[in-house]
Design a protein around this ligand. Structure first.
Ligand code: HSE
Length: 419
């Protein structure tokens, strides 16, 4: 039987979830991996009334955990600056580190991985993306022989939950409230609804698949807060639904990295994944398209990923190559081409349709379809336009020109992701 001695830093939801899962699933871990994981000490700044650590030593100074005779420091304190400091000190003390902290990996990944390399230890972070739903080691190991051309998916469960409910006719605000009540959303839900959480995750996946840096250069991030439930109705009529997609794609050796709402075909795999689950599609040369879906948040799901890292370490405590230094540049977002869905709310008067379409024509944007929908209650009418692909750099100007028309009251636009 292999043994692994660990110290846990943090005693919140995630850390206590790990503690409990290591107890409830100890038999399974032993049976399946021939491994006994022993918690030597816990760094807890304060007690957690929801969890009794029994006889395990508790240190109020989390940094003291590094001094114990342990193989691994498990960083579950969250946040960025103190977590970075703790990880650096642990690696320099030649301890392996396992973390579930996406913000610290996104913002300091390259620095931390090079410190791990220098010290001959591992820094593992499976649960930083989609909790325990396997994607990090999948990209690093199982797909190591494949060329990956695209990773896309719903990496934020809260957004997927909200959009799935809006698809059923709920309003944005009430479904966000429900997500918070169910504990899906981050403590600050702006991270979920403005796309930051998904952006962190795709940044990490892009570094593994394509060697982009951590932190990556700025890239385009937009959340779901401007989508209206009616957009689903119009999208459905044309065979689409709306998902918040995080995308990393290799095009001519440059990386197209972005996270924003997208129309996707209703019959696509990603469209079929509803609710709080995360779903990822990985396009490879050797395996074709791979689909992964699972829980992306919660105590048990996160514990599952952390334990998978611990088992990986126990299999081989020798250092693996921690990062891929073959960095490629990011494509400038405004140079990309997108097909667009436009919702244009306009006065129901003669000549309005013609003036709207002439703005598209003047910008040399070709229209694939245009249709006027049922009048709203206020003499305004929704006009739905699907364009052919055009340069992102022309999009804002097109919107501004449309809004300049007296007859146009409101515009929403969403990119269409080809599948
Ligand atoms: N709040 C995140 C989500 C989970 O909704 O997916 C943690 O990353």
């Amino acid at each position: 039987m292999n043994k692994l001695r660990i110290g846990i830093c943090g005693w919140g939801n995630v850390a206590t979830g790990l503690f409990k899962t290591l107890q409830t699933n100890a038999g399974e871990i032993k049976k399946r991996s021939n491994l006994e994981i022993e918690i030597i000490a816990i760094g807890a700044r304060r007690d957690n009334p929801k969890c009794d650590p029994g006889n395990i030593i508790i240190e109020r100074d989390i940094f003291k955990i590094i001094d114990y005779d342990i193989d691994v420091v498990v960083e579950l304190i969250g946040g960025v600056d103190v977590a970075r400091d703790l990880i650096i000190k642990s690696l320099n003390a030649k301890k392996h580190v396992v973390t579930a902290n996406k913000a610290v990996i996104f913002n300091h990944g390259d620095e931390l991985l090079s410190i791990a390399n220098k010290n001959g230890v591992n820094l593992l972070y499976e649960s930083s993306v989609c909790a325990g739903t396997p994607i990090i080691k999948l990209l690093k190991q199982e797909l190591a022989a494949s060329k990956i051309s695209k990773i896309s998916g719903m990496l934020n469960g809260t957004s997927n939950y909200i959009l799935s409910n809006m698809e059923e006719g709920m309003e944005f605000e009430s479904t966000l409230k429900l997500a918070q009540e169910k504990g899906y959303a981050e403590p600050d839900p702006t991270f979920d609804i403005e796309g930051t959480d998904a952006a962190h995750k795709i940044g990490i996946l892009s570094s593994l698949a394509f060697g982009s840096s951590l932190p990556p250069k700025d890239f385009y991030i937009k959340g779901i807060n401007e989508i209206h439930k009616d957009d689903f109705k119009y999208a459905h009529e044309m065979g689409y639904t709306i998902k918040h997609l995080a995308i990393a794609k290799l095009t001519n050796n440059s990386i197209d990295l972005r996270a924003h709402p997208s129309l996707v075909k209703l019959d696509s795999y990603l469209a079929s994944l509803k609710g709080v689950r995360n779903g990822i599609e990985v396009e490879t040369d050797l395996l074709g398209t791979l689909h992964i879906a699972g829980s992306g948040a919660g105590q048990e799901a996160t514990a599952s990923g952390v334990i998978s890292d611990l088992i990986y370490l126990s299999d081989s405590k020798i250092q693996k190559v921690n990062n891929n230094n073959e960095s490629s540049g990011l494509i400038n977002f405004i140079d990309l081409d997108f097909q667009y869905y436009f919702y244009i709310e306009a006065s129901d008067l003669s000549g309005v349709m013609a003036s709207i379409s002439s703005i598209f024509a003047n910008k040399d944007v070709s229209i694939e379809s245009i249709s006027q929908k049922e009048n709203l209650n206020n003499d305004l009418v929704p006009i739905i336009i699907i364009t052919d692909p055009f340069k992102e750099k022309d999009h804002q100007e097109l919107v501004d020109k449309l809004l300049d028309l007296d007859s146009v009251n409101k515009i929403r636009s969403i990119r269409i992701e080809p599948q």
